[in-house]
Design a protein around this ligand. Structure first.
Ligand SMILES: Cc1cc2nc3c(=O)[nH]c(=O)nc-3n(C[C@H](O)[C@H](O)[C@H](O)COP(=O)(O)O)c2cc1C
Length: 186
């Protein structure tokens, strides 16, 4: 698949088949991620490939956050169990962290570079027949989630990426034409 086709046909995939994702497949996607552009070659990205127990633990931490909005204790526990199970069942999942540089300018470049690595990974996955779903949110800084992934001091998770063979390809979401959002400046 050529790059432009990969860019235009990639979708966020929320449902996967039962086909397992091999460690070799994950390694080849990570090799694509680390080819991202990177000012000063700080190589700020860190990848945590989560096994079933880590995924379940992360799901449990996320479930507890969602359950705070549920009053009834049994219903709240059901929310936790559901989110835990859905994460355990994922074919594969990564947490992507950035090393926290003390210099804010370098940190913002490093976060940007890490996101470019994530996009490389998503496009490489799509080109090889796998789907990805990038997620962010307050769970990234949740102490229980950090602990289950094993994030050390000095790193921050910036996204999780679910990975697997797509069960279905969602329709593209409409986007404004780039021309509308562009000024050609003399
Ligand atoms: C920085 C970033 C954060 C995202 N966070 C979430 C998220 O927390 N939950 C979610 O369901 N999707 C998340 N997404 C996926 C977007 O919702 C998705 O890319 C968007 O709806 C467009 O759909 P597409 O990727 O299929 O083109 C995130 C995407 C990006 C780039």
């Amino acid at each position: 698949m050529d790059v432009l086709t990969a860019i235009t046909t990639r979708r966020s995939i929320k449902a996967y088949t039962d086909r397992p994702v091999s460690d070799e497949e994950v390694r080849s996607l990570l090799a694509a991620a680390v080819q991202a552009p990177n000012h000063r070659m700080t190589e700020p990205w860190r990848f945590y490939v989560m096994g079933a127990e880590a995924r379940a633990g992360f799901g449990r931490a996320l479930g507890h956050r969602k359950a705070k909005r549920v009053d009834e204790p049994d219903a709240a526990e059901a929310v936790v169990a559901k989110v835990e199970a859905s994460h355990r069942e994922l074919p594969a999942m990564l947490a992507v962290a950035v090393v926290l540089d003390e210099n804010p300018e370098i940190l913002s470049e490093d976060v940007a570079a890490t996101w470019m690595g994530i996009q490389n990974l998503c496009l490489a996955a799509h080109a090889s027949g796998l789907g990805t779903h990038v997620k962010t949110g307050a769970i990234m800084d949740d102490p229980a989630a950090r602990a289950v992934v094993g994030i050390p001091e000095g790193e921050r998770i910036i996204a999780t990426v679910s990975l697997g063979e797509p069960a279905a390809m969602p329709n593209p979401k409409s986007r404004r034409d780039a021309e509308e959002l562009t000024r050609w400046v003399d």
